[in-house]
Design a protein around this ligand. Structure first.
Ligand SMILES: Nc1nc2c(c(=O)[nH]1)N[C@H]1C(S)=C(S)[C@@H](COP(=O)(O)O)O[C@H]1N2
Ligand SMILES: [Mo]
Length: 315
Protein backbone atom coordinates (compact mmCIF):
# COMPACT_ATOMS: atom_id res chain seq x y z
CA UNK A 1 0.00 0.00 0.00
CA UNK A 2 1.28 3.44 -0.90
CA UNK A 3 2.17 5.52 2.09
CA UNK A 4 3.48 9.04 2.00
CA UNK A 5 5.07 10.61 5.01
CA UNK A 6 5.94 14.18 4.15
CA UNK A 7 8.19 16.16 6.43
CA UNK A 8 6.42 19.27 7.72
CA UNK A 9 8.33 21.57 5.38
CA UNK A 10 7.33 19.49 2.35
CA UNK A 11 3.63 19.62 3.02
CA UNK A 12 1.66 22.32 1.34
CA UNK A 13 -1.52 23.40 3.01
CA UNK A 14 -3.55 22.56 -0.08
CA UNK A 15 -2.18 19.00 -0.31
CA UNK A 16 -3.67 17.66 2.86
CA UNK A 17 -6.91 19.09 4.02
CA UNK A 18 -8.48 18.32 7.37
CA UNK A 19 -11.49 17.13 5.42
CA UNK A 20 -9.49 14.49 3.49
CA UNK A 21 -8.07 13.21 6.72
CA UNK A 22 -11.39 13.21 8.44
CA UNK A 23 -12.99 11.26 5.62
CA UNK A 24 -10.21 8.67 5.75
CA UNK A 25 -10.43 8.36 9.46
CA UNK A 26 -14.19 8.19 9.50
CA UNK A 27 -14.05 4.83 7.73
CA UNK A 28 -12.12 3.50 10.71
CA UNK A 29 -14.15 4.87 13.54
CA UNK A 30 -17.86 4.72 14.08
CA UNK A 31 -20.24 7.09 15.81
CA UNK A 32 -18.90 8.83 18.86
CA UNK A 33 -15.27 8.32 18.08
CA UNK A 34 -15.63 9.97 14.69
CA UNK A 35 -17.33 12.89 16.36
CA UNK A 36 -14.36 13.10 18.65
CA UNK A 37 -11.97 13.14 15.70
CA UNK A 38 -14.03 15.98 14.31
CA UNK A 39 -13.77 17.67 17.66
CA UNK A 40 -10.00 17.55 17.38
CA UNK A 41 -9.92 19.11 13.91
CA UNK A 42 -8.16 22.31 14.97
CA UNK A 43 -5.03 20.29 15.70
CA UNK A 44 -4.81 18.90 12.15
CA UNK A 45 -1.80 20.71 10.84
CA UNK A 46 0.83 20.69 8.12
CA UNK A 47 2.45 17.57 9.49
CA UNK A 48 -0.55 15.34 8.92
CA UNK A 49 -0.29 12.03 7.12
CA UNK A 50 -1.27 11.96 3.46
CA UNK A 51 -2.25 8.33 3.31
CA UNK A 52 -5.15 6.09 4.03
CA UNK A 53 -4.67 3.39 6.63
CA UNK A 54 -6.05 -0.08 6.94
CA UNK A 55 -6.83 -1.91 10.11
CA UNK A 56 -5.90 -5.50 9.23
CA UNK A 57 -8.69 -7.95 9.88
CA UNK A 58 -6.44 -10.07 12.08
CA UNK A 59 -6.20 -7.18 14.55
CA UNK A 60 -9.23 -6.47 16.69
CA UNK A 61 -9.29 -2.76 17.47
CA UNK A 62 -10.84 -1.40 20.60
CA UNK A 63 -14.56 -1.09 19.90
CA UNK A 64 -15.13 2.65 19.43
CA UNK A 65 -18.77 2.36 20.48
CA UNK A 66 -17.98 1.17 23.96
CA UNK A 67 -14.39 2.25 24.15
CA UNK A 68 -14.21 5.79 22.80
CA UNK A 69 -10.93 7.15 21.51
CA UNK A 70 -9.14 9.40 24.00
CA UNK A 71 -9.12 13.01 22.82
CA UNK A 72 -5.79 13.78 21.14
CA UNK A 73 -5.28 16.76 23.40
CA UNK A 74 -5.26 14.46 26.47
CA UNK A 75 -2.99 11.86 24.87
CA UNK A 76 -0.43 14.52 23.98
CA UNK A 77 -0.45 16.53 27.22
CA UNK A 78 -0.64 13.77 29.86
CA UNK A 79 2.50 11.70 29.35
CA UNK A 80 5.24 9.66 30.93
CA UNK A 81 8.60 10.39 29.30
CA UNK A 82 11.04 10.81 32.17
CA UNK A 83 13.84 12.02 29.89
CA UNK A 84 11.84 15.27 29.82
CA UNK A 85 10.77 15.37 33.47
CA UNK A 86 8.63 13.29 35.80
CA UNK A 87 5.50 15.48 35.78
CA UNK A 88 2.66 14.47 33.45
CA UNK A 89 2.82 17.86 31.70
CA UNK A 90 6.63 17.99 31.48
CA UNK A 91 7.08 16.02 28.22
CA UNK A 92 4.64 18.24 26.28
CA UNK A 93 6.40 21.30 27.67
CA UNK A 94 10.02 20.17 27.30
CA UNK A 95 10.27 17.70 24.42
CA UNK A 96 10.63 20.44 21.81
CA UNK A 97 14.41 20.08 22.19
CA UNK A 98 14.34 16.51 20.83
CA UNK A 99 15.82 16.42 17.31
CA UNK A 100 14.02 13.70 15.35
CA UNK A 101 15.95 14.09 12.06
CA UNK A 102 18.29 12.57 11.11
CA UNK A 103 17.39 9.44 13.11
CA UNK A 104 18.67 5.89 12.93
CA UNK A 105 18.10 2.62 14.74
CA UNK A 106 21.08 0.26 15.02
CA UNK A 107 19.93 -3.38 15.03
CA UNK A 108 22.40 -6.08 15.99
CA UNK A 109 23.31 -8.92 18.32
CA UNK A 110 22.17 -12.44 17.47
CA UNK A 111 21.26 -11.70 13.85
CA UNK A 112 22.63 -12.79 10.47
CA UNK A 113 22.29 -9.32 8.96
CA UNK A 114 22.93 -6.50 11.43
CA UNK A 115 21.97 -3.11 10.05
CA UNK A 116 21.49 0.54 10.77
CA UNK A 117 18.28 1.84 9.30
CA UNK A 118 17.27 5.46 8.92
CA UNK A 119 13.83 6.77 9.77
CA UNK A 120 13.08 7.59 6.12
CA UNK A 121 13.52 3.92 5.21
CA UNK A 122 11.38 2.79 8.12
CA UNK A 123 8.62 5.06 6.88
CA UNK A 124 8.51 2.94 3.71
CA UNK A 125 7.13 -0.04 5.63
CA UNK A 126 3.41 -0.54 4.96
CA UNK A 127 1.62 1.57 7.55
CA UNK A 128 -1.58 0.72 9.37
CA UNK A 129 -3.78 2.60 11.78
CA UNK A 130 -4.46 0.56 14.91
CA UNK A 131 -6.66 1.65 17.77
CA UNK A 132 -5.08 0.24 20.93
CA UNK A 133 -5.68 0.61 24.63
CA UNK A 134 -2.59 1.72 26.55
CA UNK A 135 -2.73 1.13 30.31
CA UNK A 136 -0.18 2.61 32.68
CA UNK A 137 0.63 0.68 35.86
CA UNK A 138 -0.27 3.90 37.73
CA UNK A 139 -3.93 3.10 37.02
CA UNK A 140 -4.89 5.29 34.07
CA UNK A 141 -5.44 4.28 30.48
CA UNK A 142 -6.09 5.73 27.03
CA UNK A 143 -7.42 4.51 23.67
CA UNK A 144 -5.15 5.77 20.94
CA UNK A 145 -5.26 5.44 17.14
CA UNK A 146 -1.61 4.69 16.38
CA UNK A 147 -0.01 4.67 12.95
CA UNK A 148 2.84 2.24 12.41
CA UNK A 149 3.92 -1.24 11.39
CA UNK A 150 4.55 -4.54 13.13
CA UNK A 151 7.98 -4.79 14.76
CA UNK A 152 8.16 -8.27 13.20
CA UNK A 153 8.53 -6.68 9.75
CA UNK A 154 11.75 -4.99 10.87
CA UNK A 155 13.10 -7.98 12.80
CA UNK A 156 12.60 -10.35 9.84
CA UNK A 157 14.97 -8.19 7.79
CA UNK A 158 17.91 -8.76 10.15
CA UNK A 159 17.32 -12.53 10.30
CA UNK A 160 17.50 -13.46 13.98
CA UNK A 161 19.75 -16.49 14.62
CA UNK A 162 18.74 -19.54 16.66
CA UNK A 163 20.45 -17.93 19.67
CA UNK A 164 18.09 -14.94 19.67
CA UNK A 165 15.62 -15.46 22.53
CA UNK A 166 14.97 -11.87 23.65
CA UNK A 167 14.97 -8.40 22.15
CA UNK A 168 16.49 -5.43 24.02
CA UNK A 169 15.53 -1.84 23.22
CA UNK A 170 17.25 1.43 24.06
CA UNK A 171 16.11 5.06 23.98
CA UNK A 172 18.27 7.99 22.86
CA UNK A 173 20.69 9.06 25.61
CA UNK A 174 21.57 12.71 24.95
CA UNK A 175 21.42 15.12 27.91
CA UNK A 176 21.68 18.07 25.52
CA UNK A 177 18.30 17.15 24.03
CA UNK A 178 16.80 15.46 27.08
CA UNK A 179 17.06 17.61 30.22
CA UNK A 180 15.70 14.83 32.46
CA UNK A 181 18.86 12.77 31.93
CA UNK A 182 20.74 15.20 34.17
CA UNK A 183 18.93 13.85 37.22
CA UNK A 184 19.23 10.26 38.33
CA UNK A 185 15.66 9.06 38.12
CA UNK A 186 16.32 5.82 36.24
CA UNK A 187 19.53 4.10 35.18
CA UNK A 188 19.80 5.90 31.83
CA UNK A 189 19.52 5.19 28.98
CA UNK A 190 15.93 3.95 29.27
CA UNK A 191 15.92 0.30 28.27
CA UNK A 192 13.19 -2.28 27.75
CA UNK A 193 12.95 -5.87 26.60
CA UNK A 194 10.61 -8.49 25.18
CA UNK A 195 10.83 -12.21 24.64
CA UNK A 196 11.38 -12.90 20.92
CA UNK A 197 7.91 -14.40 20.44
CA UNK A 198 6.34 -11.31 22.07
CA UNK A 199 8.40 -9.06 19.81
CA UNK A 200 7.35 -11.05 16.72
CA UNK A 201 3.65 -11.01 17.65
CA UNK A 202 1.64 -9.07 15.02
CA UNK A 203 0.06 -6.86 17.70
CA UNK A 204 3.49 -5.48 18.69
CA UNK A 205 3.73 -2.17 16.90
CA UNK A 206 6.44 0.29 16.01
CA UNK A 207 4.50 3.55 15.94
CA UNK A 208 5.53 6.60 13.92
CA UNK A 209 2.26 8.47 14.21
CA UNK A 210 -0.97 8.89 16.12
CA UNK A 211 -4.35 10.43 15.29
CA UNK A 212 -3.32 10.47 11.63
CA UNK A 213 -0.36 12.71 12.32
CA UNK A 214 3.37 12.40 12.83
CA UNK A 215 4.12 11.25 16.38
CA UNK A 216 4.52 14.26 18.69
CA UNK A 217 7.91 14.36 20.46
CA UNK A 218 6.31 13.85 23.87
CA UNK A 219 4.79 10.57 22.67
CA UNK A 220 8.14 9.14 21.59
CA UNK A 221 9.02 10.57 18.18
CA UNK A 222 10.17 9.61 15.72
CA UNK A 223 9.56 5.94 16.50
CA UNK A 224 8.36 4.11 19.61
CA UNK A 225 7.15 0.69 20.59
CA UNK A 226 3.52 -0.06 21.52
CA UNK A 227 2.87 -3.42 23.23
CA UNK A 228 -0.85 -3.16 23.98
CA UNK A 229 -1.21 -6.11 26.38
CA UNK A 230 1.58 -4.92 28.67
CA UNK A 231 1.80 -2.00 31.09
CA UNK A 232 2.69 1.30 29.43
CA UNK A 233 6.32 1.37 30.51
CA UNK A 234 7.17 -1.52 28.16
CA UNK A 235 6.24 0.78 25.26
CA UNK A 236 9.65 2.42 24.99
CA UNK A 237 9.95 5.77 23.23
CA UNK A 238 12.44 7.38 20.81
CA UNK A 239 14.29 4.11 20.06
CA UNK A 240 17.89 4.20 18.78
CA UNK A 241 19.05 0.60 19.36
CA UNK A 242 17.53 -2.87 19.11
CA UNK A 243 19.66 -5.87 20.13
CA UNK A 244 18.70 -9.52 19.84
CA UNK A 245 20.13 -11.47 22.75
CA UNK A 246 20.31 -14.95 24.31
CA UNK A 247 19.43 -13.98 27.88
CA UNK A 248 16.65 -11.91 29.39
CA UNK A 249 17.95 -8.32 29.15
CA UNK A 250 17.97 -5.81 32.03
CA UNK A 251 15.20 -3.19 31.84
CA UNK A 252 15.18 0.31 33.34
CA UNK A 253 12.13 -0.05 35.62
CA UNK A 254 13.03 -3.54 36.78
CA UNK A 255 16.52 -2.32 37.74
CA UNK A 256 15.08 0.61 39.71
CA UNK A 257 12.31 -1.29 41.61
CA UNK A 258 12.52 -5.04 40.93
CA UNK A 259 9.66 -5.86 43.30
CA UNK A 260 7.33 -3.39 41.58
CA UNK A 261 8.21 -3.90 37.92
CA UNK A 262 8.84 -7.34 36.52
CA UNK A 263 10.18 -8.27 33.11
CA UNK A 264 6.84 -9.48 31.73
CA UNK A 265 4.52 -6.76 33.03
CA UNK A 266 1.45 -8.15 31.31
CA UNK A 267 -1.67 -6.22 32.29
CA UNK A 268 -3.24 -8.43 34.96
CA UNK A 269 -6.11 -7.29 37.20
CA UNK A 270 -5.33 -10.15 39.59
CA UNK A 271 -1.76 -9.24 40.36
CA UNK A 272 -1.49 -5.95 42.22
CA UNK A 273 1.49 -3.65 42.10
CA UNK A 274 2.76 -3.23 45.70
CA UNK A 275 1.45 0.35 45.78
CA UNK A 276 -1.47 0.32 43.33
CA UNK A 277 -4.34 -2.09 42.75
CA UNK A 278 -4.50 -3.21 39.13
CA UNK A 279 -8.16 -4.31 39.32
CA UNK A 280 -9.58 -1.09 37.86
CA UNK A 281 -8.42 1.85 35.79
CA UNK A 282 -9.50 5.38 34.93
CA UNK A 283 -9.63 6.43 31.31
CA UNK A 284 -7.87 9.76 30.95
CA UNK A 285 -10.67 12.31 30.52
CA UNK A 286 -13.28 10.18 32.37
CA UNK A 287 -14.25 10.26 36.04
CA UNK A 288 -15.41 6.81 37.01
CA UNK A 289 -13.16 3.79 36.93
CA UNK A 290 -13.68 0.70 34.81
CA UNK A 291 -12.54 -2.88 35.27
CA UNK A 292 -9.12 -3.74 33.97
CA UNK A 293 -9.19 -6.66 31.55
CA UNK A 294 -6.70 -9.54 31.54
CA UNK A 295 -3.95 -8.75 29.04
CA UNK A 296 -5.62 -5.34 28.70
CA UNK A 297 -8.37 -6.87 26.56
CA UNK A 298 -6.07 -8.74 24.18
CA UNK A 299 -6.20 -12.16 25.93
CA UNK A 300 -7.65 -13.89 22.89
CA UNK A 301 -4.64 -12.87 20.85
CA UNK A 302 -1.80 -13.28 23.34
CA UNK A 303 -2.74 -15.51 26.31
CA UNK A 304 -1.31 -18.55 24.49
CA UNK A 305 2.16 -17.00 24.65
CA UNK A 306 2.10 -17.64 28.41
CA UNK A 307 0.53 -21.10 28.52
CA UNK A 308 1.78 -22.97 31.58
CA UNK A 309 3.51 -19.94 33.09
CA UNK A 310 2.79 -18.76 36.63
CA UNK A 311 1.79 -15.17 35.94
CA UNK A 312 1.96 -14.22 39.62
CA UNK A 313 5.62 -15.22 39.80
CA UNK A 314 6.35 -13.87 36.31
CA UNK A 315 4.74 -10.46 36.84
N1 LIG B 1 12.07 6.38 26.85
C1 LIG B 1 10.97 6.31 27.60
N2 LIG B 1 9.93 5.56 27.18
C2 LIG B 1 8.80 5.48 27.94
C3 LIG B 1 8.70 6.15 29.20
C4 LIG B 1 9.83 6.94 29.60
O1 LIG B 1 9.84 7.57 30.68
N3 LIG B 1 10.92 7.00 28.78
N4 LIG B 1 7.57 6.01 29.97
C5 LIG B 1 6.76 4.80 29.74
C6 LIG B 1 5.48 4.82 30.47
S1 LIG B 1 5.54 4.58 32.15
C7 LIG B 1 4.26 4.93 29.83
S2 LIG B 1 2.79 4.77 30.68
C8 LIG B 1 4.21 5.22 28.36
C9 LIG B 1 3.36 6.45 28.14
O2 LIG B 1 3.19 6.70 26.76
P1 LIG B 1 2.39 8.01 26.31
O3 LIG B 1 2.98 9.18 27.02
O4 LIG B 1 2.56 8.08 24.82
O5 LIG B 1 0.96 7.78 26.71
O6 LIG B 1 5.50 5.44 27.79
C10 LIG B 1 6.50 4.55 28.25
N5 LIG B 1 7.73 4.74 27.48
MO1 LIG C 1 3.47 4.01 32.85
Amino acid sequence: MLFKFPTPSQVREDEVTPRDLFLTRRSLMAGGAAAMALGSLPVWSGNAFAASFQVPTTIKPADPKFDPTTPMKSATTYNNFYEFGTGKGDPAENAGTLKTRPWEIAIGGEVAKPMTIGIEDMLKFPMEERIYRLRCVEGWSMVIPWVGFSLAELLKRVEPTGNAKYVAFQTLNDPKQMPGLRSWVLDWPYTEGLRLDEAMHPLTLLAVGMYGEVLPNQNGAPIRLVVPWKYGFKSIKSIVRITLVKDQPPTAWNKSQPREYGFYSNVNPEVDHPRWSQATERRVGEFSRRKTLPFNGYAEEVASLYAGMDLKANY
